[in-house]
Design a protein around this ligand. Structure first.
Ligand code: HEM
Length: 184
C-alpha cells in the first residue's frame, strides 16, 4: 500500500493549482474574496471540531473568528455559506468521531504546511495559521494517520476542489444582514 502522502499527491497538486488558491498564494486576493474563504473555513472547522478535536491547540474556531472580525470591522460585507461548503459539511455530518479523522488530517495539515507559506500573503493578520506548539499539533495527527485513509482523503480533496471552483465565481450577497456571532 502506498504511503498516504503519495496516494493523495495527485489531488494535492490539483487543489494547489486551483486559480483561487494560486491567487491566495501570490497575495492577490481582495479582502472581500479572502473573507469569503474564511467564512467557508469557519463552517468547515466548526463541523470538524463538533465531531473530533484530537489536540486542544488544533482548534481553529477562535482564530477564524478573530480574522473574520478583523475584516468585518473594516466594513467588508459578510458573505453567505456557499453550496460547496454546505455539501461538504452535510457529508461530514454523516461521519463519526473516528471516520472523520481523514478529513481532520487533510485540513489541519493543509494549514500547518501549505498554510505556513500563505500566512504572510493574505490580507489579514492570519491568526488562522498560527498554532501554539505546532510540532505537538502535527505529531497528534501523525500519531493517528493511516495509509488506509487514501480514498477518504481523496474524497475530501474533491470537495475542497469544488469549493475552490465556487470561490472563483462572482460573489452574491444575501439580503439579510447577519453578524459574525450568528455564524458560530
Ligand atoms: C497554495 C496551496 C498549497 C501549498 C503551497 C501547499 C504546500 C504543501 C507543502 C510544501 C507540504 C509539505 C510537503 C512535504 O512534506 O514535503 C504540504 C503538505 C500537505 N498539504 Fe498542502 N499545500 C497547499 C494547499 C493544500 C490544500 C488546499 C490542502 C487540502 C485542503 C492541502 C493538504 C495538505 C496535506 C494533507 C499535507 C500533508 C501531507 C503529509 O505530509 O502527509 N494542501 N502542502
Amino acid at each position: 500500500m502506498l504511503p498516504l502522502k503519495e496516494a493523495t499527491s495527485e489531488k494535492h497538486r490539483l487543489a494547489e493549482r486551483m486559480p483561487f488558491n494560486v491567487k491566495m498564494f501570490h497575495g492577490e486576493l481582495s479582502k472581500a474574496e479572502y473573507l469569503n474563504y474564511l467564512i467557508q473555513q469557519l463552517e468547515l472547522f466548526k463541523t470538524l471540531e463538533s465531531k473530533s478535536l484530537i489536540h486542544p491547540n488544533l482548534s481553529r474556531i477562535q482564530p477564524l473568528l478573530f480574522d473574520i472580525q478583523e475584516l468585518a470591522n473594516q466594513k467588508i460585507e459578510l458573505p453567505p455559506v456557499l453550496n460547496a461548503t454546505k455539501q461538504y459539511t452535510a457529508y461530514l455530518n454523516t461521519l463519526n468521531e473516528k471516520s472523520i479523522l481523514p478529513h481532520v488530517y487533510l485540513h489541519y495539515m493543509a494549514i500547518m504546511f501549505g498554510g505556513q507559506m500563505i500566512k504572510s500573503k493574505v490580507p489579514s493578520s492570519g491568526k488562522f495559521y498560527k498554532f501554539n506548539e505546532m510540532s505537538d499539533c502535527i505529531q497528534s495527527i501523525r500519531n493517528v494517520q493511516r495509509d488506509e485513509w487514501a480514498e477518504e482523503v481523496n474524497r475530501g480533496f474533491d470537495f475542497t476542489i469544488q469549493l475552490f471552483r465556487e470561490l472563483e465565481l462572482p460573489m452574491e450577497f444575501e439580503n439579510t444582514s447577519h453578524s459574525v456571532q450568528a455564524t458560530i
